[in-house]
Ligand binder design. Structure first.
Ligand SMILES: O=P(O)(O)OC[C@H]1O[C@](O)(COP(=O)(O)O)[C@@H](O)[C@@H]1O
Ligand SMILES: [Mg+2]
Ligand SMILES: [Mg+2]
Length: 336
């Protein structure tokens, strides 16, 4: 069985890439690559379930709502449990925070063990599950605060995005790709079904600067802030000269396109959600870390996402993320 990587390219798996990256940092322990192998294992299982969802009869809703008040899909539960089972026994994961769980899951609360806090959106784009539109898994990794008592979980969880040691997402699209950063550039790995391994396919990805695509659910635009409405009017004007609208409705898909093609993705506040819909800790923060590492900008309209001080686990935030020039343009309209 041979890997499907073109003959002139080295076959580099994500574990190898992380270990090599860590060797550049004195004192690196290799723990992060061990933790990430839990995420790669879980997402290989999830992608298999997603691809066979119709066959396995795991499409549709569970009939229950989660802490966000959203109807939980069967695959949300499968993805959540798979991540918990693959990460919970890694030995270095102290806490797990999931979109699907109201409270954090404390794994380890003794001694030096469990130095990492893992936050995740087990399945992003849930409204697209049953219609076979790309969905994904988003994750963010923090280190526990060494000087804070372990009995109180919150100070370890409610850390600003700037404290992330690693973040990424897996997109279950035409191929399964993992996009990842540990603060040393953004790298893309494609799951090679022939060998069951994530293999490096793009390194040090930078967002193109001249993106001419905006991505937003315009159905809500009548209740967007006036500045955002003005930007959307401008983007459709002759002066803008030919912008395109693209909106999949899965943050991972809309961001992945923005990462590779540039442009801007927005989820502004609306009359219904004054803080927007997306969650700061396990959606906006990991996406913002990736965007900035790829030369882009991520803001809530007023402040850099990564500098926001979280106040609660499931808090929401408006999000503007895109290539530098385009995001700045939106912010200039928004600030008017
Ligand atoms: O349907 P809307 O209001 O446009 O919202 C779409 C947004 O909601 C989400 O589906 C929320 O994420 P979940 O599916 O993980 O709850 C995002 O992926 C997406 O960007
Ligand atoms: Mg989501
Ligand atoms: Mg979700």
């Amino acid at each position: 069985m041979t890997a499907n990587v073109s003959p002139d390219r080295p076959i580099v798996t994500i574990q190898q890439h992380i270990i090599e990256g860590q060797q550049r940092y004195p004192g690196a322990t290799g723990e992060l690559s061990w933790l990430l192998s839990g995420i790669t294992l879980a997402t290989k299982i999830i992608q298999d379930r997603v691809r066979q969802a119709g066959l396995l009869d795991v499409l549709g809703a569970t009939g229950t709502n989660n802490v966000q008040g959203e109807m939980v899909q069967k695959l949300d539960v499968i993805a959540n449990e798979t991540l918990m089972r693959c990460l919970g026994y890694r030995g270095n994961v102290g806490m797990m925070i999931s979109e699907e769980d109201a409270e954090p899951r404390i794994v380890q609360d003794v001694g030096e063990e469990g130095r990492y806090v893992v936050l995740f959106d087990p399945l992003d784009g849930s409204s697209n599950i049953d219609v076979n539109v790309p969905i994904g898994t988003i994750f963010s990794i923090l280190r526990r605060k060494p000087d804070i008592d372990r009995s109180d979980a919150m100070p370890h969880i409610l850390q600003a995005g700037i404290q992330q040691v690693a973040a990424g997402y897996v997109l279950y699209g035409s191929s399964t790709v993992m996009v990842y950063t540990a603060g040393d550039g953004v790298h893309i790995f494609t799951l090679d079904p022939a060998i069951g391994a994530y293999v490096l396919t793009q390194e040090n990805v930078q967002m193109p600067e001249n993106g001419r695509t905006y991505s937003v659910n315009e159905a809500y635009s009548l209740t967007f802030p006036r500045g955002v409405q003005k930007y959307l009017e401008w983007a459709k004007s002759e002066e803008a000269g030919g912008y395109s609208l693209r909106y999949v409705g899965s943050l991972v898909s809309d961001f992945h396109r923005t990462l590779l093609r540039g442009g801007v993705f927005l989820y502004p506040p609306t009359q219904k959600d004054q803080f927007g819909k997306l969650r700061l800790l396990y959606e906006a923060n990991p996406i913002a870390f990736l965007a900035e590492q790829a030369g882009g900008i991520a803001s809530d309209g007023r402040q850099r996402i990564l500098e926001k001080q979280p106040r609660s686990i499931h808090e929401r935030t408006p999000l503007i993320v895109g290539n530098r020039d385009e995001a700045k343009r939106v912010l200039s309209f928004w600030g008017e």
